[in-house]
Design a protein around this ligand. Structure first.
Ligand SMILES: Nc1ncnc2c1ncn2[C@@H]1O[C@H](COP(=O)(O)OP(=O)(O)OP(=O)(O)O)[C@@H](O)[C@H]1O
Ligand SMILES: CC(=O)N[C@H]1[C@@H]2OC[C@@H](O2)[C@@H](O)[C@@H]1O[C@H](C)C(=O)O
Length: 396
């Protein structure tokens, strides 16, 4: 038997596994690395987050990724070389993080690598009837496995599409296993580049768990901050706070067909980008509004679309608590705007459930890898559980 396969079998049979979860999302801010100790599987999953870091991407790396990111036409040679390049980059960032933590690669059982999304194209978006839902993440797992010496699971989204999904959001699987409550209805709202949530009805309810993207999270605000402030984002929402919402522009932005599509749905910066904002500005004669008013309007758009989707989903379900995560949870203006729209529905930080908001997505991919190797059966009540997301790369 291949010794790596033997090792994998041994890892799958352990009571607990040490798994490094990786996430580099649509904000292109860097690589999140979560060192997780996970015991059990399925509903018996238990997590300890031992370490977490976000390693920022250098500006030249961001610039190279942006050349192929969410664009229908790209230099295909650049796309091709970025695939191994990002895999090796992530491997080097992992090796550096482990060295800094004083942890040997041998102490890690698995890496769970999301990769870098470069294009997301659900059918409702591409509209090419004969083609399926599609999504593409680069940063090939073989390079990570070989460069770190650690068995790596990657490319988690394809199996979801193969099983009939859109490839996103995937957070629902880990959210359900880690954060379900017997007594509380929960919404887990993640404010990344794109915003999404998972609805976890309390244990007494027959309704299934549910997940969807809601539209832009920070991506449009980040784009504006980069052009008008020369900063990666509007720090603490300061610019947005100083502006006023432009109602005409907001109404026009809200006419995007994504908002009318039924749940569940997924999207990305392929739809919510600078051209989308520019078209709405031209249509409403608001091309000369002040940057602060534009920022306030984009923050309002994120808040309105996320809260309307949440309110629709929880309607009739009784008391529900919303837990917020993702980088947008660090934007007080955005969080206050959402809280106001939620009215008497409590809005709490994700850390109240034991995982820091910035670490949640990386943790969830570690849980997916744990399920892929250790879950003996699909969890009861959900046909999608245990479909074994992720491809396995062996270091040897
Ligand atoms: N102090 C802050 N003030 C305002 N915004 C902030 C702050 N800190 C982080 N952010 C926002 O969080 C973003 C990063 O969020 P996050 O890392 O969750 O995104 P991501 O994982 O790339 O996105 P996705 O979940 O869509 O893939 C930044 O680009 C910025 O918009
Ligand atoms: C294609 C893709 O990378 N989608 C991301 C993105 O970031 C947020 C939102 O859009 C979500 O759909 C997804 O990530 C999270 C981790 C998910 O799959 O749940």
């Amino acid at each position: 038997m291949n010794p790596c396969v033997r090792k994998l079998c041994k890892i799958a049979g352990k009571d607990s596994r040490t798994i490094l979860g990786l996430m580099s999302g649509t904000s292109l801010d860097g690589l999140d690395i979560a060192l997780c100790r996970i015991s059990g599987s399925g509903p018996g999953t238990r997590l300890e987050l031992e370490r977490f870091t976000t390693v920022p991407y250098e500006e030249n790396i961001k610039a190279e990724i942006r050349k192929v990111f969410a664009k229908p036409h790209v230099d295909f040679q650049l796309m091709c070389v970025l695939n191994p390049f990002i895999g090796r980059l992530h491997a080097s960032l992992i090796n550096a993080a482990l060295a800094e933590w004083g942890i040997l690669p041998d102490e890690i059982d698995l890496i769970a690598s999301h990769g870098q999304t470069v294009f997301h194209a659900p059918q409702a978006q591409h509209g090419w009837g004969q083609y399926p839902n599609a999504t593409l993440q680069i940063g090939d797992g073989d390079h990570i496995a070989v460069q770190t010496g650690i068995i790596t699971l990657s490319d988690f989204r394809q199996k979801h599409i193969a099983a009939g999904g859109e490839g996103a959001p995937l957070a629902v699987y880990g959210d359900y296993l880690l954060f379900s409550s017997a007594t509380e209805n929960r919404i887990l709202l993640n404010l990344g580049g794109i915003a999404n949530f998972t609805f976890l009805p309390d244990g007494s309810r027959p309704e299934p768990v549910f997940t969807t993207d809601t539209g832009p999270g920070n991506t449009l605000m980040d784009g504006l901050a980069q052009t008008c402030l020369g900063q990666p984002f509007d720090p603490d929402g300061t610019l947005a706070t100083s502006g006023s919402v432009n109602p005409q522009l907001l109404s026009s932005l809200l006419t995007n067909p994504f908002f009318g599509q039924p749940f569940p749905k997924s999207t990305g910066p392929e739809v919510f980008n600078a051209s989308y904002v520019q078209a709405a500005r031209e249509q409403t004669g608001t091309t000369d509004i002040a940057p602060a008013d534009l920022m306030a309007t984009l923050a309002e758009l994120t808040a309105v679309t996320a809260t309307e989707a949440i309110l629709k989903c929880i309607d009739g379900h009784g008391k529900t608590v919303v837990y917020v995560s993702g980088g947008g949870a660090n934007n007080p203006h955005l969080v206050a705007t959402i809280a106001e729209k939620l009215g008497d529905i409590p809005l709490k930080p994700m850390s109240d459930l034991g995982v820091p908001g910035d670490a949640k997505e990386a943790v969830l991919f570690a849980v997916l890898a744990n399920e892929a190797v250790a879950a003996p059966n699909p969890a009861p009540g959900s046909p999608e559980f245990g479909i074994g997301l992720g491809k396995i790369s062996l270091p040897g």
